[in-house]
Design a protein around this ligand. Structure first.
Ligand code: ZN
Length: 381
């Protein structure tokens, strides 16, 4: 498990669900803020009751976030888009989609469904709170109901801010797409709008900070900064996708890579292969010539110098079933999406007969992205 995958929480509606560590921070912040504000709106309970109510409220709120995110995922699945995973994090969640919407209309519904759920939940909690109040329920329960309604309202509205990667930015993208008919330009436009929204949030946060609202101001500026980074990433990935359109794995791979026998020592390998060659990744072959794994500088670094003479390459190589494999005709963009969560830039290229015909390394990928951005300057700005 890599850090990127977060804390696994099983499957919901068929989607693998996980939580980013920041969710723990959020759960704590919500519990704390609710437990410390409840005494003013519903006085007369013990401290333990307030903390318990705070924890319950925070838990229901996380369930609300999940409902928001699952709705995006369900609408995307209905549109025929593969949903890889659903992950809860700082601003709610991310549904990792395996592709783009095919039409502006689909893009609109995938984006708009999440905030719609948050706003509907705000209404449901408000209705329940006032209903319970009328029925004479305990004030603390009513107060938690109103709090849940308020936070869901804020979440719904915040996510509607018109800048990607917020939902409002994706809605903006759908409108731009329908108007101008260009899926890529509209995504770039929405990401740039995200930057503008981020700068506005940062400026407002700093202003609030200077006017004396230290925590609120710092929090808003922090959210703005986070959004700025996300909007830049989004723009970069759209541009990369665009510049790599039509490029297949076969176009960038190193064909017929040099292989290393698994039965030689690390010392031998360094002397006979690594020093006299410009490559840094080698498929590892057994005596029959079958590729059994991959050895890179990373694995070699893990072998202490005094053990190099006695450690065999096959013992430190990454086993083949743990190496990303890809077919030569696959689009490079699809490979990049598969490699991103593992943090590893390497893949074995395997033909339909199971033979290793090439290898893709980070330098192969960097090179093609750089070359393409020179060849297509319109997209590098
Ligand atoms: Zn959303």
């Amino acid at each position: 498990m890599t850090a990127d995958e977060g804390i696994p929480l099983g499957r919901v509606a068929g989607f693998p669900l996980s939580a980013h560590w920041s969710v723990l921070v959020i759960a704590w912040l919500f519990t704390w803020s609710l437990a410390t504000t409840l005494p003013t709106v519903a006085p007369g309970y013990g401290a333990r009751t307030y903390w318990l109510a705070g924890a319950c409220g925070a838990l229901i709120l996380l369930a609300s976030l999940l409902a928001h995110e699952l709705t995006h995922a369900l609408v995307a699945r209905r549109a025929g888009i593969e949903v890889r995973s659903v992950k809860l994090w700082l601003f709610g969640g991310i549904a990792r989609l395996g592709g783009d919407a095919k039409t502006p209309r689909e893009a609109f519904w995938i984006a708009a469904s999440g905030p719609a759920v948050s706003l509907a939940l705000a209404a449901v909690f408000a209705g329940s709170a006032s209903g319970l109040d009328a029925l004479g329920a305990a004030p603390i329960v009513v107060a938690v109901g109103w709090w849940l309604s308020g936070i869901n309202l804020i979440l719904g509205l915040f996510n509607l801010l018109p800048g990607a990667p917020l939902d409002g930015g994706r809605i903006l993208r759908a409108f731009l797409w329908r108007r101008h008919g260009d899926a890529v330009r509209s995504a770039v436009g929405a990401a740039r709008a995200g930057r503008v929204v981020a700068y506005v949030l940062i400026a407002m946060g700093l202003l609030e900070f200077l006017l004396g609202s230290i925590v609120g101001g710092a929090w808003m500026a922090f959210i703005g900064w986070f959004l700025l980074v996300a909007a830049r990433d989004e723009e970069m990935s759209v541009l990369t996708r665009q510049s790599l359109a039509g490029v297949t794995v076969a176009d960038v791979m190193t064909p017929r890579p040099h292989t290393a026998p698994g039965g030689i020592s690390v010392e031998d390998f360094i002397q006979r292969y690594l020093l006299g060659d410009r490559h840094s990744s080698y498929p590892v072959a057994n005596p029959d010539g079958v590729i059994t794994g991959l050895i890179t500088l990373k694995e070699l670094r893990g072998v202490a110098p005094e053990h190099r003479a006695t450690t065999m390459i096959r013992d430190v190589a990454v086993p083949r079933d743990q190496v990303t494999t890809v077919a030569p005709h696959e689009p490079l963009v699809a490979l990049l999406e598969r490699l991103a969560p593992t943090g590893d830039g390497r893949a074995l290229v395997v033909d339909p007969d199971g033979r290793v015909v090439g290898i893709v390394t980070p330098s192969d990928i960097t090179r093609v992205i750089d070359v393409r951005s020179i060849a297509m300057p319109a997209f590098s700005r």
